[in-house]
Ligand binder design. Structure first.
Ligand SMILES: NC(=O)c1ccc[n+]([C@@H]2O[C@H](COP(=O)([O-])OP(=O)(O)OC[C@H]3O[C@@H](n4cnc5c(N)ncnc54)[C@H](O)[C@@H]3O)[C@@H](O)[C@H]2O)c1
Ligand SMILES: [Fe+2]
Length: 391
């Protein structure tokens, strides 16, 4: 059934395939840029991935102006402001983010600071505060998870308030997303599993949330189908190029999908437990996804049931709620499998969370923007109960 009204927008040029990185200098020319600021982290540098980027520039008239490799596991306002200052001082004219969601979101944050001619990202908190034309931005994801290369979202940790802030604007879409399987092949198994579960959570929440629409539904289904085929394969054998390309595309489709539909209670709770206990984003989503689907099951049994064939189950002659329960139990099976092969935690207690942190996280979660789109309302007691079940 079509919704009464929906909007859809994705202005990102997508390059996907082996050697896609070699087209970056050409794309910079199209964007009118000559000098790129690479935004990355030390893990990505250590994995040798910046060498692949440098090789792409070797025969071109475009240059790498600076390599900023100080992005922490979760981007922070302090690092964003530091990056913006260096970008200005080095007179770069485009952002080239090479990394996972943390690097891409740091570049997006610095782009806001530069373009709005301020010196502090926190001055631009709140809805629709970005009015300036942003600097060109090319994103090369090295994880297959966040989809930030095709989203209008930047998630930045506020070091003072100790919360994760989400900046959302149509201006935040990168100009170009470069999906090259060479860039994810070095990802360790546990990060592959966790970031892949982030992508699955994007697709599942996009498909089940209040703002779902037919275009995002189709993309979410494509993403789930690819994740079923390739997530375990990519986790078991990181050098499996077909599986890496499959997962990179899954993350991209899921990213486009949720950037329009938005997400729901899983992300609200994952952001908060991430802020309070520093659980990596993908790990938090992986742990919380089945519990949150159980929480939503009475509001959207049909939508959760429709995930069954995509997850590899044959539809049976069951009520929507019974079929939805099968979908959830199948997701639990996937988590158990990933736990066995990569050590991905499947309980909050195994991800470094202590029980006394849960009330604080629940308090923050109910004010997270993502809960607005969840099909079931979420109170403080509800959020705390989900955390306790997942503990
Ligand atoms: N903007 C969005 O739309 C969006 C959506 C979801 C999540 N996020 C945010 O993204 C962040 C998480 O990003 P992430 O899950 O991609 O992880 P990440 O960017 O934090 O990277 C995780 C770790 O993996 C390492 N790594 C990354 N790629 C590698 C590779 N190819 N080889 C070896 N090591 C590699 C990094 O060095 C890092 O240590 C969180 O802050 C989250 O809130 C943003
Ligand atoms: Fe996410």
């Amino acid at each position: 059934m079509l919704p009464n009204y929906y909007q859809y927008y994705c202005p990102v040029k997508i390059l996907s395939g082996s050697m896609a990185v070699s087209n970056i200098p050409f794309e910079m020319g199209t964007l009118g840029s000559k000098k790129a600021m690479i935004v990355t982290d030390r893990g990505v540098v250590g994995a040798g991935l910046i060498e692949i980027i440098k090789a792409a520039f070797s025969d071109s008239d475009k240059e790498i102006g600076y390599i900023f490799d100080e992005v922490p596991p979760d981007s922070s306002d302090r690092i964003v402001n530091k990056l913006a200052k260096i970008y200005k001082d080095t007179r770069c004219d485009c952002f080239l983010a090479v990394g996972g969601g943390s690097a891409i979101d740091t570049a997006k944050g610095a782009n806001i600071v530069i373009s709005e001619k301020t010196d502090d990202l926190l001055k631009l908190q709140g809805a629709e505060r970005i009015h300036a034309q942003l600097q060109p931005m090319i994103a090369v994801p090295t994880t297959a998870g966040t989809g930030s290369e095709v989203t209008k979202v930047s998630v930045v940790y506020n070091e003072g308030a100790k919360v994760k802030m989400a900046f959302v604007s149509d201006k935040l879409y990168p100009n170009v997303a470069v999906i090259d399987p060479r860039m994810t092949m070095t990802m360790p198994p546990k990060i592959t599993a966790a970031t892949g579960m982030d992508a699955l959570t994007h697709a599942v929440e996009a498909y089940t949330c209040l703002q779902k629409n037919p275009i995002d539904d189709a993309l979410a289904k494509l993403a789930i189908d690819l994740i079923r085929k390739y997530l375990v394969r990519a986790t078991e054998n990181g050098k499996d190029e077909e599986a890496r390309l499959g997962m990179a595309n899954a993350a991209l489709f899921a990213g486009i999908s949720f950037s329009n539909s938005m997400v729901g209670v899983v992300h609200a709770l994952a952001h908060s437990i991430g802020a309070v206990a520093h659980v990596p984003h993908g790990v938090a989503n992986a742990i919380l996804l089945p519990w949150c689907l159980e929480y939503n099951i009475n509001k959207v049994p049909q939508f959760i049931a429709e995930l069954s064939p995509l997850l590899g189950l044959s539809p049976e002659y069951l009520t929507p709620k019974e079929q939805a329960e099968k979908s959830i139990s199948h997701i639990r099976n996937l988590l158990n499998k990933l736990n066995q092969i990569s050590g991905l935690p499947i309980r909050l207690r195994d991800a470094g969370v202590t029980e006394e942190k849960l009330p604080k996280a629940a308090k923050i979660a109910i004010n997270d923007g993502a809960v607005i789109y969840n099909p079931e309302e979420v109170s403080y007691d509800d959020a705390l109960e989900i955390y306790k079940k997942a503990f």
